[in-house]
Write a protein that binds this ligand. Structure first.
Ligand code: 8YV
Length: 315
């Protein structure tokens, strides 16, 4: 059976697939032409969030195709209705990246709150004239209200990590999440309430038509003056132009961002602002996590091609 890897997969998963199947990798960067040429006759396609998977590609693969295995927890790149309509399966890699992503969210809260990148740059440029009593004042997590938008696996792990910081945790989620709320001592609010109450707002939702631009100009206007926004989920959840405005003219004091609306383009308006911490989609970028993601991605392919249930299906 033929397995097509749209780009690349770490060896932890790739070697498992190579041991069982005829594997071809498109390599980096994504070459759509290669993918279209090689999809025909594939039993499985391994994709990631940079690889759009639509009905046309599924049809091109033909009757042999059984599964699309995404190397990511997010699956906004996959047309899940097209997968479902064709009786195929799609899988993702939840759980294994929860901690890495949650740790990055906390790192961005601290970096933006304590102005770590801004002051690092001032220092490196030789622009520091010496210590002053009220210089470079930032924000602490202790005593702050942290609003988690989305209280799934990653949001809950952020709450757990923050317990030592003595922050108050509030969350907005489509589901009541009563048990998790009790476990983390977190209070559920609707989004508007959360934005008005939070010193830090951290986003942990899937990108869907409902969440696209969920954080728009109106939402940002509701934020507390001096609040910090952290985004480690998907760039499309935030309206970038509105974010730039809120960082320039208030109410936001800063933002820590891992994801962008038009990756890999660097949003120049955000880059020009001193109160942003910008990292290039590194939420799951640790050796341990990427290997675990690759293994799970491969195990999903193997499970389906062996005629079984995928381990972590989205369809
Ligand atoms: C990955 C991610 O780094 O899992 C996701 O949804 O965005 C990140 O963990 C990226 O997708 C690489 O595949």
């Amino acid at each position: 059976m033929k397995v097509i890897i749209a780009r690349t997969l770490p060896a932890a998963g790739l070697d498992k697939l190579k041991a069982r199947f005829d594997v071809a990798c498109g390599g980096l960067p994504l070459d759509q032409g290669w993918l279209l040429r090689h999809a025909r006759g594939a039993s499985a396609i391994v994709a990631d969030p940079t690889v759009p998977i639509g009905g046309d590609l599924l049809d091109l693969a033909g009757d042999s195709l059984r599964v699309v295995s995404n190397f990511a927890v997010g699956f906004d790149n996959i047309d899940v209705d097209a997968v479902r309509e064709r009786g195929l399966r799609a899988t993702n890699t939840p759980d294994v990246l929860t901690n890495a992503t949650a740790e990055l969210a906390v790192a961005l809260m601290l970096a933006a709150g304590r102005r770590i990148v801004e002051t690092d740059q001032i220092f490196r440029r030789g622009d520091w004239a010496g210590w002053e009593p009220e210089q470079f004042l930032g924000h602490e997590l202790a005593g702050a209200t942290v609003g988690l938008v989305g209280f799934g696996r990653i949001g809950q792990r952020v709450a757990e990590l923050l317990s030592g910081f003595r922050a108050r945790i509030v969350f907005a989620d489509a589901h009541p999440m009563d048990e998790a709320a009790a476990r983390h001592g977190a209070q559920r609010m609707d989004l508007a309430e959360l934005l008005a109450a939070s010193d830090y707002v951290s986003l942990h939702v899937n990108l869907t038509p409902q969440t696209r631009h969920m954080i728009d100009a109106a939402a940002l206007a509701r934020c507390k003056p001096g609040a910090i926004l952290v985004n480690t989920c998907r760039g499309g959840v935030v309206d970038t132009a509105a974010l730039v405005h809120a960082l320039r003219d208030g109410p936001l004091a800063g933002a820590g961002l891992d994801v962008y609306e038009h990756e890999p383009a660097v949003p120049q308006d955000l880059a020009a602002l001193p109160n942003t911490v910008l990292v290039p989609h590194i939420g799951s970028a640790t050796r341990t996590t990427r290997d675990a993601m690759a293994e799970l991605c491969a195990d999903n392919v193997i499970a389906v091609l062996d005629g079984g249930e995928p381990l972590t299906p989205v369809v």
